[in-house]
Design a protein around this ligand. Sequence first.
Ligand SMILES: Cc1ncc(C[n+]2csc(CCOP(=O)(O)OP(=O)(O)O)c2C)c(N)n1
Ligand SMILES: [Mg+2]
Length: 396
Amino acid sequence: MTVDSSAASKPRRSAAGKAGTTGTKRTTRTAAKKSTDPELVQLLTPEGKRVKNAEYDAYVAGITPDELRGLYRDMVLTRRFDAEATSLQRQGELGLWASLLGQEAAQIGSGRATREDDYVFPTYREHGVAWCRGVDPTNLLGMFRGVNNGGWDPNSNNFHLYTIVIGSQALHATGYAMGITKDGADSAVIAYFGDGASSQGDVSEAFNFSAVYNAPVVFFCQNNQWAISEPTEKQTRVPLYQRAQGFGFPGVRVDGNDVLACLAVTKWALERARAGEGPTLIEAYTYRMGAHTTSDDPTRYRHDDERAAWEAKDPILRLRRFLESANHADEGFFAELEAESEALGKRVREVVRAMPDPDDFAIFENAYADGHALVDEERAQFAAYQASFADAEGGK
Ligand SMILES: Cc1ncc(C[n+]2csc(CCOP(=O)(O)OP(=O)(O)O)c2C)c(N)n1
Ligand SMILES: [Mg+2]
């Protein structure tokens, strides 16, 4: 897909009932692409220039220099934490890590748009959103180290457990949103998922249920261009945000590397949800700069020049440029943040290395409330297996 993220910022939404492109007879990929090349909602260009946007400026109009520095700090610390986690996996301290490198603006912008009483359903890559929700980053690492059963109490921060079953959380979020409506709450729900997940039936079902029941849910799709080794072109013939049109609710594409635009658009969508106007689909157009996970080697399926093109649109660099040109941050701020980053990295390394191993048999404890014959059998088999090592060691 060739969308220039420095394109004009006028948003184009696919509202229900408007003439769309999906019903036409276009069959070739080129023809479909030409007719549907969408514009991005963008408030900050890659060069860090603030551009006006009639529809979304209002949602960030009152933002203070302090809050702008806060967004920058969130992105820098999240990136640092993410890099530490990748290193820890390489050192054998984590079983796996799914890096968010490149997606900081999409996650911090949308995460900071949520209210404390909103409820968030993440995938496995939403480390920046977890940060915004106040989940201690080391809790995320416990899960990837395999020493706990999830990592955190979802109800402490209204941040659900990471979900690996692609797309399923879109339905969980929809059900939750339908539930809180019945409770009379005025909060909203946000579900994160990827471009690949958009092909899952669960996501389409969630779109339809949420539309029909007018559920207060925002679907936040981070289109990072890849689903492991499958490019977005293999998931859809139309820009993803246009999917919403067929289900009867608005969809909007936002520059996912622009933290201000992500903040503004997500605020707008959450306010719609709270006002009883139903679901919204946000497609945050971004790029997965790293591997899918530490088990993946992207050099097998994509070219370096693609990454280089996206590096020029780096989310952190563009906010830094804006902060500097607007005189909102001085050298002292950046130096302090660097020191804070170092301290975070140190803390993460120390906490992870000191995490105690779980009890070998804990895995059998939480599947059934009252136990189960098959689980008892498996526990006994595992005990015998463990004991076989003790025999071997004793025999030596
Ligand atoms: C139901 C299901 N099918 C397949 C997988 C294997 N799988 C793990 S991640 C992934 C790709 C997801 O891509 P996308 O939705 O774009 O998210 P991203 O990893 O790019 O953030 C797949 C197919 C899975 N976890 N669950
Ligand atoms: Mg993806």
